[in-house]
Design a protein around this ligand. Structure first.
Ligand code: ATP
Ligand code: MG
Length: 594
């Protein structure tokens, strides 16, 4: 590996950006496990105060379901409406009646602000609020009934609405949503992907192949960190896996849009918090497990247990598991559904394995060997060895679902890229420049190893760590960056309510633990745009600039204020300002990955 001389640390502090910390947001408790940090995801849906509630779509036609039927399904105590309701709210009293008469529901939501006439409002206990604090708003908007726990019953009943009381409303909310919308996802081919890294990428690869193979008039769906797609309609995501009420409504919308197959990310939060309750995936895919979300899971065992839930009959029919991963090997022993295994490292015991991997700056080619002697020529449309694993996972999942493996591989090869995942920025500069979403130690290592393999010169990498998220990974990320780059520029990610310099100090501690002969030049630049410019300023022909951590995100949250910030735009602007842009294509652009 090429190195610039020794340990060099330069600290540039940015302007003092003290500001109010992010305000707590009423309306929907974010999780009852504990004060759960949100999953990483796009910032476009991060709320400013109470203003930017992302509106997820709802189906247009729903058969009203009698509350009595729902109470039976949830084993709930149903308290009838105290008196005929009068409201000046926009929703007005629900006019819906079940087929047998009596009160009925046509929707369900856990967010009081999103209530529509005829909805059940699920008032859940949360770390900071109880959903029952917002029943008046739900009633005003036309809720048909409230689902809550004994702690919320009295407040819910005070609105005059019927109340369904259960000990743990979150535990029944998914199944109730399934019942309200008539199990809308049941007829679709649903492929759910879990694992610490690779969910978004693999979901896009699966989606690409499904789109290529969709029969005339057939539509595909995609649900994940970056976006939700219903056919060609796109909605920015608030979180990797929506809450059960939103998820079932989305399935219902997809059903109305004739979606026949769906690729979806399933986070560990989703599994623990019941977001996929009532959803049985045809295929469940496991990519890998590495330390992450340890502010949510007490230890790796708990994290593994959460992921393993997906491989039980309540949640999937069959699984596809990576046996290059040690937790994957354990999953093979413990899963309760039939499994297909894969190994990008070519493990002879795997049902699907890769051989003859040729890595290039645009992607890798390889041969995939499947069951019964099947041989497929495959192409990972993104660089990096881990994308061979993601591609093999997608091929194995599609083949398990009954697709022709070569057609699946061809569809994947034509995927034009995945937003913010080793996404190239090309302004004609004579070096490679990529933006990547690596924001955990393992992913940082993987991406830096991957670019090292395709770089003749030096690697200049920019990385920050998010505030108000797992603080334990910061030293490891700082260390990985210092150890694996020639220039490591430590900067801010989304500091949120934390002091950016305190986060940088933890990263710098990690960097300083790498022996000086083993680390690159370390720069500290709090301002992310300036950090990107610093990396670009060092780039020479044959080098690679990697801007990691924020990928597809389009905003930066500093002290609760979100300003527009897109690494791809900043990187391009820095390249152009540096005068590196030219008409000469950068390395690899003449290759065609299609
Ligand atoms: N199979 C893999 N193994 C290791 N690292 C990976 C793998 N796939 C992707 N990565 C790295 O992890 C980053 C995130 O990838 P991706 O978004 O596909 O994963 P994810 O599981 O959806 O993550 P998140 O939970 O943060 O949304 C990538 O930008 C890349 O650096
Ligand atoms: Mg993701």
């Amino acid at each position: 590996m090429t190195r610039t001389s020794g340990a060099h640390v330069k600290i540039i502090t940015g302007e003092d950006r003290k500001g109010p910390s992010g305000a707590a947001t009423p309306g929907g408790p974010e999780g009852s496990r504990r004060d759960t940090p949100a999953e990483p995801g796009t910032l476009t849906a991060v709320r400013h105060g109470d203003k930017t509630q992302p509106a997820l779509p709802r189906p247009q036609h729903v058969r009203p379901v009698p509350l009595a039927e729902l109470a039976r399904a949830a084993d709930a105590d149903l308290t009838a409406a105290a008196s005929p309701r009068t409201t000046d709210g926009p929703g007005g009293p629900s006019e819906e009646g079940g087929e047998a008469g009596g009160p009925a529901a046509t929707g369900i939501t856990h967010d009081s602000r999103a209530v529509r006439p005829g909805d059940i409002y699920a008032a859940l206990p949360g770390a900071r609020f109880h959903g029952a604090d917002f029943v008046a708003q739900a009633a005003f908007l036309g809720a048909a009934a409230v689902l809550t726990d004994p702690a919320g019953t009295e407040r819910a009943a005070a609105t005059g609405l019927p109340v369904l009381t259960v000990p743990d409303p979150r535990a029944v909310m998914g199944q109730l949503a399934v019942t309200v919308y008539g199990d809308p996802g049941a007829a679709m081919l649903r492929i759910g992907i879990t694992g610490t890294s690779g969910k978004t990428t693999t979901a896009y690869l699966v989606d690409g192949a499904l789109r290529a193979a969709a029969p005339d008039g057939g539509q595909t769906g995609l649900i994940g960190t970056v976006e939700t797609r219903i056919g060609d309609e796109r909605i920015k995501s608030e979180r990797t896996t929506p809450e059960a009420t939103d998820l079932q409504a989305l399935f219902a919308v997809m059903r109305e849009h004739k979606v026949t197959s769906l690729a979806m990310e399933v986070s560990s939060h989703a599994l623990v918090l019941g977001r996929v309750d009532g959803c049985v995936f045809d295929i469940a895919v496991y990519t890998n497990l590495s330390p992450e979300h340890l502010d949510f899971h007490p230890d790796m065992e708990d994290y593994f247990r959460a992921k393993a839930q997906l491989f039980t009959p309540a949640r999937s029919r069959t699984g596809v598991v990576n046996i290059d991963d040690q937790w994957g090997q354990r999953l093979v022993r413990e899963a309760q559904v039939p499994l297909t295994t894969y190994s990008a490292e070519g493990h002879p015991d795997a049902d699907w394995r890769a051989s003859g991997v040729e890595a290039g700056p645009m992607g890798s080619t390889f041969t995939a060997h499947g069951p019964d002697g099947v041989v497929v020529r495959a192409q990972a449309p993104l660089p990096g060895e881990f994308n061979v694993a993601n591609t093999l996972a997608a091929i194995a999942a599609l083949a398990t679902a009954g697709a022709d493996p070569q057609q699946a591989a061809d569809g994947i090869a034509r995927v034009p890229g995945v937003p913010g995942r080793l996404e190239r920025v090309d302004a004609g500069q004579p070096y490679l420049a990529v933006v990547d979403y690596a924001h955990k130690p393992d992913a940082v290592e993987s991406v830096l190893h991957a670019v090292r393999k395709i770089t003749d010169g030096r690697v200049h990498a920019v990385l920050g760590c998010g505030g108000d998220r797992d603080p334990h990974k910061r030293t490891a990320m700082g260390a990985a960056l210092a150890r694996l780059s020639d220039t490591a520029v430590l900067t801010s990610d989304n500091p949120r309510s934390e002091d950016p310099l305190a986060i940088l100090a933890a990263m710098l501690t990690g960097a300083s633990q790498v022996p000086s002969h083993d680390r690159g030049t370390v720069l500290v630049e709090e301002d992310r745009a300036a950090a990107i410019a610093a990396a670009v300023a060092r780039a020479e022909p044959g080098d690679t600039v990697v801007v990691a951590g924020k990928g597809h995100e389009q905003g930066q949250d500093i002290a609760g204020v979100i300003r527009n910030f897109d690494d791809r735009t900043e990187l391009r602007a820095a390249i152009e300002r540096a005068g590196h842009a030219s008409a000469t294509p950068s390395p690899g652009t003449d290759q065609d990955t299609a």
